[in-house]
Write a protein that binds this ligand. Structure first.
Ligand SMILES: [Zn+2]
Length: 142
């Protein structure tokens, strides 16, 4: 059965039993999961990150952006979760799906590159710090 509303459930760990009509959100693990709103029963995992989905919290309501497109499932459902409401969107054709997937890949690539840059800066700083410490220690014994 198609559902029109979804109830957010904040959890630390995603439960084993995913109930239809509930959006389980683990902020600790930056993941949300729900059963496809068309009623097909497929579990839809939406990682929460700047490169994946963004969760917007209201008073007892949530919204997820961008839309959820279950291209990999038979139903190919496409909908938005907007203040707990399921807003059904048109089905995409093959070319539109490809365009979305390519955009997602590009966004993800940029995000990962940015993160790696940040990480290598941290590493460089750590190495420099170690070098300074070892220079200091050596100077004590000079
Ligand atoms: Zn479905």
């Amino acid at each position: 059965m198609t559902i029109q509303r979804i109830t957010p459930v904040f959890v630390e760990f995603i439960p084993e039993n995913i109930e239809q009509g509930k959006l389980y959100i683990s902020e600790t693990y930056q993941t949300a999961i729900h059963r496809c709103c068309c009623g097909c029963g497929e579990e839809v995992v939406t990682p929460l990150s700047p490169a994946d989905w963004q969760l917007q919290k209201g008073v007892n309501t949530v919204s997820l952006f961008p839309s959820i497109g279950n291209w990999n499932y038979k139903c190919q459902s496409h909908y938005f979760i907007n203040n707990n409401k399921i807003v059904w969107a048109g089905k995409f054709n093959q070319r539109q799906i490809q365009a979305v997937q390519e955009r997602d890949r590009a966004v993800k690539q940029r995000y990962i590159e940015g993160r790696n840059r940040a990480r290598s800066t941290v590493l460089t700083n750590a190495i420099n710090w170690l070098a300074n410490v070892s220079r200091f220690i050596k100077s004590l014994f000079r």
